[in-house]
Design a protein around this ligand. Structure first.
Ligand code: S3P
Length: 168
């Protein structure tokens, strides 16, 4: 079987990009990279800390640069943070470099999967479900432009991997 040289997983927080990406990479013998983990290891601090001390704009610039660099990888599954694709340059770049797959899930499932973790700065605050609903709605016009979309609601990681393999 031959697969695209670079497979990019995008989609909202909690849609399974990292766990699915890791399992997909293992299944097809590719390496797996998560842009957020790459940013954290380069910066020596968490995404949360970067947002807190430098602000979102600084993070988005880092994210754009990091993804530009990682998009040059071969035989790689690259998972990118849920907001990265909103940047027009990143949108263009990942589509030029590889096959882009958007993972989706119902809001209630996203809320359940994220649980009470507080690693995601954009979800800090009281009504997490409302925040998620608002962000998903705002992002929909860009997310909907991705050609391959997979609904992960109610599916186990391996089931999502199988769905992806049928589409690429
Ligand atoms: C963000 C998603 C996060 C991380 C940052 C911002 C977003 O990544 O990049 O907290 O804007 O949706 P995950 O989608 O991997 O959670």
């Amino acid at each position: 079987m031959s697969y695209p040289n670079l497979i990019v997983l995008t989609g909202f927080m909690g849609t399974g990009k990292s766990s699915v990406g890791r399992a997909l990479a293992r299944t097809i013998g590719y390496s797996f990279i998560d842009s957020d983990r790459e940013i954290e290891s380069r910066e020596g601090r968490t995404i949360h800390m970067i947002f807190e001390s430098e602000g979102e704009k600084y993070f988005r610039n880092l994210e754009r640069e990091t993804i530009a660099r990682l998009s040059q990888n071969s035989k790689c599954v690259l998972s990118i943070g849920g907001g990265a694709i909103l940047d027009p340059e990143t949108f263009e770049r990942i589509h030029q470099a590889g096959t882009v797959i958007l993972l989706k899930a119902e809001v209630s499932e996203i809320v359940g999967r994220l649980g009470h973790e507080n690693e995601r700065p954009l979800l800090a605050g009281k009504d997490r479900k409302k925040t998620i609903q608002k962000l998903v709605k705002e992002r929909e016009p860009v997310y909907s432009k991705v050609g391959i979309q997979i609904d992960t609601t109610g599916l186990a990681v391996d089931e999502v991997v199988q769905k992806i393999l049928k589409k690429i």
